[in-house]
Write a protein that binds this ligand. Structure first.
Ligand code: PLP
Length: 395
């Protein structure tokens, strides 16, 4: 065996990226795979943002940027938090990073000691558990089901808390379930958390704008009494179709922001300077500039739900945000399809890849073994064809 660290040997490979790699491989072999596995908008970055990046290059933005981001960008982040979330952050409370993923890795590194427990309501975003483990934290999974729209109740939270609980991490809108916590639901969780002032919350709001309810997004930090115990994580990847630009950010209590800045200063330095300049323009724009994407995602969500409702064994909730559906497909467990026995969600996802030529992701990667995730960040034509193929392969 290779002399690698236990740290990396114990880490699982990102299931979504693994599926993307496998899809690319099969495509290279000439197979006509439809990819519904990746969490990536299939739109181009809006022109006004691209123009700002070109301008930054021509203005000779080529030097190291401040570790926690340009002041002008942090001011744009502050404006955004106020405008969209009614949150009042100050400059020392903002840290810009190379994607929200780095923001999360920073938070784990600066907040967790060995053995500290982090509550993860399931299903959770694929990387949370491995990021926590990398910092020697212990993920504590709280199972939810389709019956509660995949949301954790206050009673479940209360029951999961132990003297070792340090944090709660969750995303709303949720990747992978598309569920969205309302203001009232957040308040109920906050009632429990306020009894435990040593617990800190990561509120991952990266899908904030991809919300189909018509109601405003609810932020944990805006709930009465929660501001000083919440780290709000956000970024531009999803809302502005900027996944490859790699800019994310946090709003947090000063001492946490300072620690993240220190961590980043030793590990990566400031995020890409061109991308930061472009994001100033993106965040200062009115969110209505991306409404066309959200409208299109909503049409696709309805299309996916309609098509899946005609397949026996697919049990779906109605996602209110993000661009995923997370059907419970446990109906198929123990059944044999085309000579292949399906034991679990991973088998089912692989079966769909091989027999329907459709790439999905197993729910096991998200802490829910009964489901698979389909992304509808694909054209209506691709979605229609993919679900037609799935239907044929499982009927
Ligand atoms: N948080 C959630 C819930 C996500 O789904 C993703 C991306 O898939 C991220 C964070 C990471 O975003 P970024 O591209 O900013 O690193």
């Amino acid at each position: 065996s290779q002399p690698l660290s236990d740290r990396i040997l114990n880490m699982s490979t990102s299931a979504t990226l693994a599926m993307a790699a496998k899809t690319r491989e099969l495509k290279a072999e000439g197979k006509d795979i439809i990819g519904l596995s990746l969490g990536e908008p299939d739109f181009n970055t809006p022109d006004f943002i691209k123009d700002a990046a070109i301008q930054a290059i021509n203005d000779n933005y080529n030097s190291y940027s401040p570790v926690d981001g340009y002041v002008e960008l942090k001011e744009a982040v502050i404006t955004k938090f106020k405008r969209d979330n009614n949150l009042t952050y100050t400059l020392p409370q903002i840290v810009v990073s190379t994607g929200a993923k780095q923001s999360l890795a920073n938070i784990a590194a600066v907040m967790l000691n060995k053995g500290d427990e982090v509550i993860l309501p399931c299903p959770y975003w694929v990387s949370y558990s491995d990021i926590v483990k990398l910092s020697e934290g212990v993920p504590v999974e709280v199972q939810t089901s389709i019956d509660t729209d995949f949301k954790m109740t206050a009673a479940q939270l209360e029951a999961a808390i132990t003297p070792k609980t340090k944090m709660l991490w969750f995303s709303s809108p949720c990747n992978p379930s598309g569920s969205l916590y309302s203001q009232t639901e957040l308040e109920a969780l906050a009632e429990v958390l306020k009894k435990h002032p040593n617990i800190y919350v990561v509120s991952d709001e990266i899908y904030e704008h991809i919300n189909y309810t018509g109601k405003p997004h609810a932020s944990m930090a805006s709930v009465d009494g929660m501001f000083n115990n919440t780290i709000t994580v956000n970024g531009v990847s999803k809302a502005f179709a900027m996944t490859g630009w790699r800019i994310g950010y946090i709003g947090a209590p000063d001492w946490i922001a300072r620690a993240c800045n220190k961590m980043q200063g030793q590990v990566t330095s400031g995020a890409n300077c061109i991308a930061q300049q472009a994001v100033i323009t993106a965040l200062n724009a009115d969110p209505s500039v991306v409404k066309f994407m959200i409208d299109e995602f909503k049409v696709r969500r309805d299309l996916v739900l309609d098509l899946l409702s005609n397949i026996e064994g697919f049990n779906t909730n109605t996602p209110e945000g993000a661009f995923y559906v997370f059907p419970d497909i446990s109906y198929f467990f123990g059944k044999t399809l085309r000579g292949k026995t399906i034991h679990n969600a991973t088998d089912f996802s692989l079966y769909l890849l091989e027999e329907a030529l459709v790439a999905t992701v197993t729910g096991e990667a998200f802490g829910n073994p009964n489901c698979i995730r389909l992304s509808y960040a694909a054209s209506q034509k691709e979605i229609t064809e993919a679900i037609k193929r799935i239907k044929e392969a499982v009927s």
